[in-house]
Write a protein that binds this ligand. Sequence first.
Ligand SMILES: C[S@@+](CC[C@H](N)C(=O)[O-])C[C@H]1O[C@@H](n2cnc3c(N)ncnc32)[C@H](O)[C@@H]1O
Length: 371
Amino acid sequence: MKQALVEDIEAAPTSYGSINLKRDELIAALGELDSLDEIATLRKKTGELKRLIASRDSGMLVEVESKGDFVALRRDVLNSELDQILDARTIERARYYVKRLERGVTKVRTSSINDINLNRWQESTDIITDSLWVLPKRDSTGAHLAWYWGNFIPQIPHQLMLRYTKKGDWVLDPFVGSGTTLIECRRLGRNGIGIDLNAEVANEAEKLVGQEKNRHSVRTEIVSGDARTVDAQRMLDKLRVKQVQLLIMHPPYHDIISFSDDEKDLSNAKSISQFIKMFGETLDNITPVLERGRYFGLVIGDKYSKGEWIPLGFYCMSEVLKRSYSLKSIVVKNFEETRAKRDQKQLWRYRALVGGFYIFKHEYVFIFKKK
Ligand SMILES: C[S@@+](CC[C@H](N)C(=O)[O-])C[C@H]1O[C@@H](n2cnc3c(N)ncnc32)[C@H](O)[C@@H]1O
C-alpha cells in the first residue's frame, strides 16, 4: 500500500460530494486489508488507505473527465465505512466491514423493482423510508412551474419512481393534470403515459413536458380522455408496451377544487358516494394494465363538509382494497397551506377553535401492490 502524507480525509467537505477512485487500486487495497489476521495491522493499513484516498497527489483519486476505470463513491459514506473498520473491536468484525465495502465496489445488487444498489444502500439517503414525509419546499427546477392549481409537488412522483421503478420502466398517471409525473419521468429516465379529461390542460402539460430535457431518451405521451373509460390497453398497444410498472393517481379531492364543468370530471361528482363510484370505475379500467407484483401510489387528501371531516382518503383506500391490491404503506405527507388559507390564517384558526376541528395540514400517499 502506498504511503500518503497529504491532507486527512476529515478535512475535506463531508457533503454529498462523490470521489472517483481507481477501481483496480481500491480493490487491491481492500483485498490486502481482507488478508490481514492482526487487528492492529488492519487498523494501521486502513488509516493509511484513508489518508491515501484523501490525498490529491496519491494517484488514487481521478478526475471526473478521466477515461480510466474508476468507481464513484459518496465521500461521507466511504469515510464512515472506513471509520467502522477502524472502530471494529475484533478482526472478524473488521474483515466483515472490509468485505462489505469490497462488495459495494465490485458488485451491483438490485431488486426486481428498482435500481437501488443494495450493496451501497447507505448512499441512498435521498430515498425516504419513513411513513411521515415532511417536504418543506416544492422542487421548482426545470420544467416544474407550479402553474396548475391542484398539482402535487414533484418530490412525490420522484420518491415513488425511485422506490418502485427501474430506468426504462413505464409509469401511468391517469389524472396527469399539469404533467408533474411525466416531467419527473424525463428526469429519472422512466417512460410515462398521462391521461387527463381536460384537453386544454393535457395540451399545456404536453408543451411543458416537452420543455424538460430528455437526457435519457424516454417516451412521454399524454392523452386527453376519461380515465374511467379510455381504452388504456389500446394506448399501450400503440406504444408497443404490454403493461406499466407503476401507477400514480392523484384524483381531485372530490369538489375541493372544481377542475372543469364536465360531468365526467370527478370533481363534479354530485355526492361523496358518486365520487367514490367514479374513482372505483377508474380503478377497474386502469388496473388491468398494471403488471402484477408492481406498485400503485394514490395521493389524496380529506375534506370538510357541513361541519364534518370526510375521510376521502380512507374511502378511496377501501375502494382500492376491494380489488386485487394489498396495502403496503400509508404515508402522511405535510400539506402546505394554500395561498388563500395563508392570507386568512387567523380566521381559520378562529374557525377551528369555534368549530372543534383541526386545520388540514396533511394528505396521504397510499402505497399498494398489485396481487
Ligand atoms: C388533482 S389534479 C392532478 C394534478 C397533477 N398531479 C399535477 O401535478 O398537475 C386532478 C386532475 O384530474 C383530472 N380529472 C378529473 N376527472 C377526470 C377523469 N374522469 N378522467 C381523467 N382526468 C380527470 C382533472 O382535470 C385534474 O387535472
